[in-house]
Design a protein around this ligand. Structure first.
Ligand code: HAM
Length: 423
């Protein structure tokens, strides 16, 4: 028999860790919900050209990492490597930008990049993202950054850093690019690096090799060459961030993996994750909407890595999703008791009590073991004697206390015990 295995580089989340995953995702999304972002569910694949145009041909994501194939109608399709281009397409196509601005959206789900798999670097990766479209108000930049920061903080994470910079705009970036290119031309660089400098000189700033970094000490930086509009925009963003008590580090050499960024650009990195330390990133993308055929509206957003955030929580010894996932566990001993408890189970669930039952007609010992493993704080045992007298034994697992409760009182008894437990 063939044994099938999951595709390489694709993480799976099954119990009990899947509970942590779901909890992390919920925490990452909640601050966006609290700030009025509405959910958008997007296609997992789009026209290849959308990503080529939107994300940029010179990026690794587009040139090396896309899962591209021809569908049965001969169209070139790509599994989404990121979410921003798809959101832009949907906003333009569905005219979401014709109502009140900014349009504030959040999304969550899998993205696909054919990277070399390693710890924290996957071919199917999960993100929670937001996009705010149609306003260049610096307070909106600060809001987006602050909700990313709050998302991580709400999980209890502390060992991460927010890096921040401004990448300028269509007015100040081209002259800066020329300046940087001229500076790089005077350095001792290998052929491949020279080629990179010709296509996107900013990427050379991110070169990890010491021989290159040593020569870059005096390289001109974008933040020192911002036009007055960008400079005042960036000052205001930082002022609002201070007002929201967000702490950041200036990162004038930051280089993002996607080409659409302008002005405010940021990244969250976690100190305990080694090489794949980026737990989230984003920024403004003022020309993107127009480049995919829409009006020339500005926008800003982020993508937070759900997989890596879970790894970060684990590295900090946090245990998201570890609260019991059941309230009550039912243990029937004998057929009559089983009929009674199957019906009680349905009633409890209807009353909002999370309930499971010992299936398989096990003896008391085996069933109690299952009850223990379930993590449910309350265990309800009914045997022949209880059926006869119309009662159930309700055991509180934390204390070992046991109460004999008449059937008509059971639902109220259990519900209030659980409420006490939750408060
Ligand atoms: P990104 O920086 O490419 O940005 O990805 C965002 C986050 O997704 C990263 O910080 C990282 O946590 C996670 N991530 C990326 N690739 C992988 C991978 N191979 N394995 C595991 N996690 C990964 C974007 O995708 C932009 N669309 C974000 C954005 C939205 N910018 C503006 N709006």
């Amino acid at each position: 028999m063939t044994m099938f295995t999951a595709p390489k580089g694709v993480p799976e989340y099954f119990p009990p860790r899947s509970r942590a995953f779901v909890d992390v995702r919920a925490h990452l999304a909640r601050p966006a919900e609290l700030a009025g972002y509405s959910y958008i569910e997007l296609p997992v694949f789009e026209d290849t050209a959308l990503y080529v145009r939107g994300v940029g041909e010179s990026t690794d994501v587009v040139s090396k990492e896309m899962y591209t194939f021809e569908d049965r109608g001969g169209r070139s399709i790509t599994l989404r490597p990121e979410g921003t281009a798809g959101v832009m397409r949907s906003v333009v196509e569905n005219r979401l930008d014709k109502g009140q601005l900014p349009v504030k959206l959040w999304y969550a789900g899998p993205f696909f990049r054919a990277e070399r798999p390693q710890h924290g670097r996957y071919r199917q990766l999960q993100q929670v993202g937001v996009e705010a479209i149609g306003s260049d108000d610096p307070a909106l930049d600060a809001e987006v950054i602050a909700i990313g920061d709050e998302a991580f903080r709400s999980l209890g994470l502390t060992q991460y850093t927010l890096d921040l910079t401004s990448l300028g705009c269509a007015t100040c970036r081209p002259p800066y690019r020329d300046l940087l290119q001229a500076f790089l031309a005077g350095l001792d660089l290998d052929e491949a690096t020279r080629e990179r400098a010709a296509i996107n000189p900013l990427r050379v700033l991110d070169d990890k090799r010491e021989s290159v970094q040593d020569q870059l000490t005096d390289a001109p930086l974008m933040v020192d060459h911002l036009c007055s509009d960008c400079s005042s925009h960036y000052d205001q963003v930082r002022e609002y961030l201070r007002a929201m008590n967000v702490i950041w580090r200036e990162a004038p050499r930051m280089v993002r993996g996607l080409d659409y960024y302008t002005r405010t650009t940021f990244e969250f990195t976690h100190d305990l994750l080694g090489a794949q330390s980026g737990i989230g990133g984003g920024g403004r993308y003022d020309g993107l909407m127009a480049s995919v055929g829409g009006d020339d509206l500005s926008g800003i957003g982020f993508g937070l890595g759900t997989d890596r955030t879970l790894l970060a929580c684990e590295a900090e010894g946090l245990a998201p999703g570890s609260a019991p996932h059941l309230d009550a566990f039912l243990v029937p001993i004998g057929a009559a008791a089983k009929a009674r408890l199957v019906s009680l189970g349905a009633q409890l669930r209807e009353a909002g009590v999370r309930t499971d039952l010992a299936y398989g007609d096990r003896g008391l010992k085996g069933a109690m073991k299952a009850a223990d493993r379930s993590g449910a704080p309350l265990v309800i045992v009914v045997g022949d004697a209880e059926v006869e007298s119309g009662v159930a034994q309700v055991k509180t697992m934390a204390t070992g206390d046991q109460a004999t409760v008449a059937w008509p009182d059971l639902i109220t008894f259990i519900s209030s015990a659980i409420e006490r437990d939750h408060t």
